[in-house]
Design a protein around this ligand. Structure first.
Ligand SMILES: Cc1cc2nc3c(=O)[nH]c(=O)nc-3n(C[C@H](O)[C@H](O)[C@H](O)COP(=O)(O)O)c2cc1C
Length: 321
């Protein structure tokens, strides 16, 4: 793992390190937009990915929300899938064998409604062959605390991180929700909780209305906004977080091209995830990888690592606007 394919050996070095995990290149697939990878095997070369991140897994299977649960919006989409998934046990018995056969790291995205659920899922994943990392989705409501999302309260975000970290046998990446007033507070909290890396952003809460029926378009009324519409927000948050933590930051939000990915790396991201773009173009992540090789070749980069956080700013501190 981490060795370049023979074809890529003569190309620039795109390898990056997410803590103890070395990726052949900085491009991963974002949770919930790439199924369990097998769905994409005839559409692209899975073996070229930096890492695969699978659909969020809960302790028990979830059927998700009733339809309609997806709607296209200006420069993006809203989804209210409701975290539908097969549950951790079926994931391990039915999906993991195929995933373990891929020669790329597989990161399992997990979710729960209580600390105990996060803990139990992590325990069940510990030692499962092929699991290279865990990504913790903290956007979920804590049912025991009246439905406040784990990711909006620094103490709860730290608590869920440390619960997972204690049971995990692999590096732990914590995925932040952008639906907070100060993302740096949550980022620091999860770093203090023991996170090995931070990924951001998850979707922004939004809604759409059908004027003809005078009803919300989504059966769930509200949903998560993703796609190019959220890229500037994601970029700003990655920039802010990368400045205040010392663990690797992974950028997510509206990335469709190598240029988008490079912007996130300049802002401080060590790696990126491709989400909604997979629905528009199933080869999007492979094309981003091709574009990174082309850029690194044209710029004569010895290593793509030299771009991480290399943003040139006119004034050291952004001013109010
Ligand atoms: C249909 C859909 C399902 C998603 N499911 C999950 C999920 O299960 N777990 C998770 O952490 N994020 C999930 N996400 C969020 C994405 O992984 C990503 O953080 C977000 O869409 C922003 O990136 P993008 O603009 O590139 O799509 C989902 C997004 C979409 C569009």
């Amino acid at each position: 793992m981490g060795d370049l394919t023979p074809k890529e050996k003569s190309l620039p070095d795109l390898r990056v390190n997410i803590g103890s995990l070395e990726l052949a290149n900085p491009v991963m697939t974002a949770s919930g937009t790439f199924g369990y990878a097998k769905e994409f095997e005839n559409l692209m070369n899975l073996h070229r990915l930096g890492a695969v991140i699978v659909k969020g897994i809960s302790l028990h299977p979830r059927v998700g929300n009733p339809p309609p649960r997806i709607v296209e919006t200006a420069c993006g989409m809203l989804n209210a899938i409701g975290l539908q998934n097969v549950g951790v046990d079926r994931f391990i018995s039915e999906k993991m064998k195929y995933l373990a056969g891929l020669d790329v790291p597989v990161i399992v995205n997990i979710l729960g409604d209580s600390l105990a659920e996060y803990e139990e899922i992590t325990k069940r994943l510990a030692g499962v062959p092929g699991v290279a990392g865990i990504e913790v989705n903290i956007s979920c409501p804590n049912v025991k605390k009246g439905g406040v999302a784990f990711g909006t309260d620094p103490a709860m975000a730290a608590a869920v991180t440390s619960v997972v970290k204690k049971k995990a046998k692999v590096p732990v990446m914590v995925k932040l929700s952008p639906n907070v007033s100060d993302i740096t507070v949550i980022a620091r909290a999860v770093e203090d909780g023991g996170a090995d890396s931070i990924s951001l952003i998850n979707t922004l809460i939004g809604m759409a209305i059908d004027l003809k029926t005078k009803r919300p378009v989504l059966a769930n009324v509200i949903g998560g906004l993703s796609g190019p519409a959220i890229k500037p927000v994601a970029l700003r948050m990655v920039y802010q977080v990368a400045k205040v933590v010392s663990i690797p930051v992974i950028g997510i939000g509206g990335i469709e091209s190598a240029e988008d990915a490079l912007e996130f790396m300049l802002a401080g991201a060590t790696a990126v995830q491709i989400g909604t773009a997979n629905f528009v173009n199933p080869r999007a992540s492979e094309e981003v990888i091709d574009g990174l090789y082309a850029y690194a070749t044209a710029e004569k980069l010895t290593s793509i690592r030299s771009l991480i956080g290399a943003l040139q700013t006119i004034s050291p501190q952004p001013q109010a606007f």
